[in-house]
Design a binder for this molecule. Structure first.
Ligand code: RIB
Length: 319
């Protein structure tokens, strides 16, 4: 079954430099390779949801410039059910400068959101029928908070399930957290949201508990090499990391979130969808680039089957 996922989020033009190590402040360092291509957490997650088996409507905003034209051409041929791409006359298309370095292909990213931060109330209102028609609305925090809040309110009014990936972190209220059905921070974002330093599964359990107290009913905290913690008011599970040969970790979180939304929209349970998302993200990191590295559903399934012994593990109830 193909569920319908609406993704509201950023489009950025990514400039990526592959390095043997990260440059130091004040240092010029020769890159091993470089590429320029489509990115932005919203567009990446929309691509992941599509490739992981959902019907996807992507909503975003770009500048009235060459990168905006590039975005529209790229998005139109990606295979989405539909795109709603607004254009901003005052601000340029968002861009991101990305370094990838080290044995684990870690990344450092600076984002200039540009047009992504200019989505108006009238533009959100035009998207209301799209949000209402979706099974799931998936959002991040790379747009202006006013638009994110309105989109979430519209989703709730239409009984569309809301998944918020709070990346990159910006301050959000507990009232907003309480409107989200599933919150998916990484360890840094979980720490910024709760004040709990998240370094391992048990500290993630404490952060999840703090998020539940703030009103977030279901939480998945991604923990890098330690996998992920799935926490609801009734269960806590450890979602394992799948083995991978990392080339570029850029977009791994986007792969996880897009695949998670696609599999939930297809009717899978939260633990099943989270396990698939972990397998899917492990295939994503084996390819360079963000949007271009999103695997197919079949690739994610093959990784899942290759490590059939990996399964969600129940954790002691509360710490
Ligand atoms: O999550 C990776 C993405 O973060 C990149 O594509 C970049 O554009 C930033 O939004």
């Amino acid at each position: 079954m193909k569920g319908k996922v609406c993704v509201f989020g950023s489009f950025n033009l990514d400039v990526v430099a592959g390095m043997t190590r990260f440059p130091l402040p004040g240092e010029s360092l020769i890159a091993q390779h470089s590429m320029m291509g489509p990115g932005g957490k919203g567009a990446n997650q929309a691509t992941a949801a599509l490739r992981a088996g959902a019907r996807v409507h992507y909503i975003g905003k770009v500048g009235n410039d060459d990168f905006g034209t590039f975005a529209r051409r790229h998005l139109e041929k990606t295979g989405f059910d539909a795109i709603t791409l607004f254009t901003c006359k005052e601000k340029p298309t968002g861009n991101a400068l990305i370094y990838v370095a080290g044995n684990d292909a870690e990344n450092m990213i600076s984002v200039y959101p540009g047009a992504n931060l200019t989505v108006s109330a009238a533009e959100v209102a035009r998207c209301q029928p799209t949000v209402a028609a979706a099974d799931i609305l998936l959002l991040q925090l790379e747009n202006n908070l006013s638009a994110i809040q309105r989109m979430i309110d519209n989703a709730r009014a239409a009984n569309t399930l809301v998944i918020l990936n709070p990346a990159p972190w910006q301050k959000i209220s507990d009232a907003l957290l309480a409107k989200v059905d599933l919150l998916t921070p990484n360890s840094t974002e979980a720490m910024l949201l709760t004040g709990v330093t998240v370094t391992d599964i048990s500290s993630a359990q404490r952060a999840a508990e703090a998020l539940h107290r703030k009103g977030a009913r279901q939480v998945i905290i991604t923990l890098g090499m330690a996998g992920a913690l799935l926490s609801t008011e009734t269960q806590q599970l450890h979602i394992p990391l799948f083995p991978a040969q990392p080339q570029d970790t850029t977009g791994a979180g986007d792969a996880f979130n897009g695949a998670l939304a696609a599999r939930l929209a297809a009717g899978e349970t939260l633990p099943q969808a989270a396990l698939f998302a972990s397998a899917y993200a492990s295939v994503c990191v084996e390819h360079a680039g963000a949007a271009h590295s999103m695997p197919s559903y079949a690739d994610g399934l093959a990784r899942l089957k290759a490590f059939a012994d990996l399964a969600p593990q129940p954790l002691a109830e509360w710490v």
